[in-house]
Design a binder for this molecule. Structure first.
Ligand SMILES: Nc1ncnc2c1ncn2[C@@H]1O[C@H](COP(=O)(O)OP(=O)(O)OP(=O)(O)O)[C@@H](O)[C@H]1O
Length: 470
């Protein structure tokens, strides 16, 4: 069940997105919506509560529709900037070619906003609005900055203080805020993670214990500050970041390199700086950086862009503590990569713990199947040992996907496409009492296969053998 505070938080963020849209600040609005969508998607609800499931789905649908509209405006705006640049020379500041390739992450909205927004704005009106917003960006993106752009966006910290973000543009605050999963939004537990015993132990020693018995972790025993997890995708690296943040009552910042990208010169560095400032403000905190290799690739590579170098340098400075000592405001940096051999040496050195995350073994796969199937009606004929053996080479995410596919395969007992009205309702009713059977898993095994390239596994392992530190 989602608590009222979480829902209010989503609605507030939706309201912020609406304000941005009303101002024609499409890029910021899109960033907020993306983050909101991601948060709503990952928000846990009770599968048996139909009302809650329906509200969540309808909210998500509205947000996704709005995001599409807003993204169209972002594209129009970019086209306009290009056209202006061609006509009158390069405006100031020049847009850096993106340091990272992918677009950034997600956010949600109130149904009120959603209705209004999806009904709004013939394109022409939106484009003319975006023109004025774009112009102010081109000349000086800082001009329209509110006194404290964090107002209404950032919650107070545990001491009741409000973060003063007046030194930053509101869209930079939005970008950093978008990565933050507040403690109330994060209810994961380490018990939710199957396997990874060594990682759990190190994280317990690095994050949880220093908060419980700080006097022990002095001098030589000062706690670890940073750890990198190297391993294939879908092995639970993000999950473990959320779980340890939740267990240690830390604030969690889930960051992908795209969250840190901005096409305005110097703004990516500001996002990195603000991210760490926020982490210290909401300390104890964990900053989880996914795909750290895109941020900390080998320096001096011919392909490395100047902007990329600057961001990486800022990141290194911040990892060293910025203006604070880490002990005063505990911030633990946890990073993940599928291609650790791409990591810059300076960055690698700062991750004192470098741990290989393998694919789940037989026992872990069996537990993961059992856990995934919890709460789903299933036949006694299913043999988990056999299934686990058949999923050799699967990542955790592949195993979960297999179980989901098998559970949905139950639908195929009926030709639901040809049923209508009462017949369809009756079929769905009887399916509710239909257990998942072996044949559903057999069909799922035909449809789902291992997603991890074995060569990647070997290279990760080799890197960890050379540079790993438990
Ligand atoms: N060890 C595990 N325990 C429980 N669930 C797991 C585990 N590994 C993977 N999963 C499942 O796989 C999904 C994806 O995991 P997660 O996003 O944490 O992987 P990741 O390693 O961070 O992947 P990526 O590198 O692609 O970001 C989880 O939501 C969960 O359902």
């Amino acid at each position: 069940m989602v608590d009222a505070q979480t829902v209010t938080g989503y609605l507030e963020r939706a309201q912020v997105a609406k304000t941005m849209a009303d101002d024609g600040r499409w890029t910021e609005c899109a960033d907020i919506l993306r983050q909101l969508i991601s948060d709503v998607r990952s928000c846990k609800i009770s599968a048996s509560n139909k009302d809650e499931t329906d509200s969540k789905n309808s909210f998500l649908k509205t947000l996704e529709t709005n995001l599409k509209l807003v993204q169209q405006n972002v594209r129009d705006e970019d086209d306009l900037v290009d056209a202006m640049t061609r006509q009158s020379g390069s405006p100031e500041p020049p847009a850096d070619p993106d340091v990272w390739s992918k677009p950034s992450p997600p956010l949600p909205t109130s149904s009120k906003y959603a209705t209004k927004k999806s009904g709004v704005a013939p394109r022409t009106r939106e484009i003319s609005k975006s023109t004025s917003a774009m112009s102010s960006h081109v000349t000086n993106p800082v001009d329209n900055k509110p006194a404290n752009p964090s107002q209404g966006i950032l919650p107070p910290n545990s001491a009741g203080e409000t973060f003063d973000a007046s030194a930053y543009d509101s869209y930079i605050v939005q970008a950093a805020r978008g990565t933050m999963v507040t403690r109330t939004e994060n209810d994961m537990s380490l018990d939710d993670i199957i396997g990874m015993h060594d990682v759990k132990q190190v994280l317990h020693e690095a994050v949880t214990l220093p908060l419980l018995v700080p006097e022990f972790f002095r001098g030589l025993r000062s706690p670890w500050k940073a750890m990198v997890l190297a391993g294939p995708p879908g092995t639970g690296k993000t999950l473990i970041a959320r779980a340890i943040a939740s267990e240690s009552s830390s604030t969690c910042f889930l960051v992908s390199s795209t969250d840190l990208s901005s096409k305005w010169r110097g703004d990516s560095e500001k996002i990195v700086r603000l991210l760490f400032e926020l982490a210290r403000f909401y300390a104890p905190s964990i900053i989880f950086i996914d795909e750290i290799d895109t941020l900390g690739g080998q320096r001096g590579n011919s392909g490395e862009h100047e902007a990329s170098r600057r961001v990486k340098s800022e990141f290194l400075v911040q990892m060293d503590g910025g203006q604070y000592k880490f002990d005063e405001r505990r911030v633990f940096v946890l990073a993940a990569t599928n291609i650790p051999w791409e990591l810059d040496e300076a960055l690698r050195r700062r991750f004192e713990k470098r741990i290989f995350i393998p694919l789940p073994d037989l026992e872990a796969r069996k537990k993961l199947i059992e856990k995934s199937m919890e709460g789903t009606l299933q036949s006694d004929e299913i043999n988990y040992d056999e299934l686990a053996a058949k999923t050799e080479g699967f990542s955790g995410a592949d195993v979960v996907s297999l179980c989901k596919t098998a559970a949905i395969n139950v639908l195929r007992r009926y030709d639901t496409k040809s049923l209508r009205g009462g017949e369809l309702t009756a079929a769905m009713e009887s399916l509710k009492n239909e257990p998942v059977r072996n044949c559903d898993f057999e069909a799922a095994l035909q449809a789902v296969s291992a997603s991890v390239d074995p060569d990647t596994m070997v290279r990760c392992k080799e890197w960890c053998d050379s540079f790993g530190a438990m």
